[in-house]
Design a protein around this ligand. Structure first.
Ligand code: PRP
Ligand code: URA
Length: 231
């Protein structure tokens, strides 16, 4: 059963009482019906890669909109055909960091919303036997310290990849980091909380847990393989 509630700032027990979120955890559960409509298609094992990619973009747009509610913006004045109007424009440095490879499926959606964002890339690969993530690539923009950083990775399973990516980002100076994922497991949330309690996680679903291969159950399978048809 997926956890619900807009923000899990209270104690939350997994149904087998195995996991518990502390009072500090900052997981924002996105409940918008359009998000869950897209998620149902992503979860469906019969969804072909082309539709999977479209739904990955759609859900990422909606999740990114939620995760950027407090993005810095400044007042501007523009001229409409009928006269001056006050408005707001996104200001300050925004950096979006997809975790390769699956995170690339979310990147275009975020750039559609924030075309001026700079992009960093972190390449991590889970070992198929141990599920331990190892880094094979990293290229980050300079000056992360003052930037609004959005890390995007669709799956938060054991949390090993997320913690490794967040370690890299923090080491490079990032201070204000949000993570967007499409499905999370309680184990991954707990690991991120343990290592990076300041990072806010935006997701529509925290599923039941992990299977013996460290895949999220019910999850949606291997996101990267389904996105790129490499199953
Ligand atoms: C997937 C996913 C995350 C990671 C999550 O990537 O995109 O990065 O697994 O698992 P974890 O929380 O247990 O670390 P994967 O390593 O399969 O690589 P891919 O994106 O190239 O398919
Ligand atoms: N990576 C995926 O793509 N899916 C999972 O369930 C876990 C890790």
């Amino acid at each position: 059963m997926a956890a619900t509630g807009r923000r899990m700032s209270r104690r939350f027990y997994h149904r087998r009482n195995t996991f518990m979120y502390s009072d500090r955890v900052s997981v924002h559960i996105v409940e918008h019906p359009l998000v869950h409509d897209a998620l149902a298609t992503l979860r469906d094992a019969t969804t072909p890669p082309e539709l999977f990619r479209r739904m990955a973009v759609r859900i990422s747009l909606l999740l990114a909109a939620e995760a950027t509610r407090d993005i810095p913006s400044e007042s501007v004045r523009v001229g409409t055909p009928l006269g001056p109007a006050e408005g707001r424009r996104v200001s300050g440095g925004v950096v979006v960091v997809p975790v390769l490879r699956a995170g690339l499926g979310m990147l275009d959606a975020v750039l559609e919303l924030i075309p001026t964002a700079r992009v960093g890339h972190i390449g991590l690969q889970r070992d198929e036997m141990t599920a331990i993530a190892s880094q094979y690539y990293s290229k980050l923009p300079a000056d992360l310290r003052g930037s609004f950083v959005l890390m995007i990775d669709p799956m938060l399973a054991t949390g090993g990849s997320a913690v490794a990516a967040l370690d890299l980002l923090k080491h490079a100076g990032a201070r204000d980091v949000r993570m967007i994922c499409i499905v999370a497991a309680p184990e991954g949330v707990a690991l991120v909380e343990q290592h990076h309690p300041d990072v806010r996680i935006f997701t529509p679903a925290v599923d039941c847990g992990l299977n013996s291969h460290k895949f999220i159950v019910p999850g949606l399978g291997d996101f990267g393989d389904r996105l790129y048809g490499t199953t």
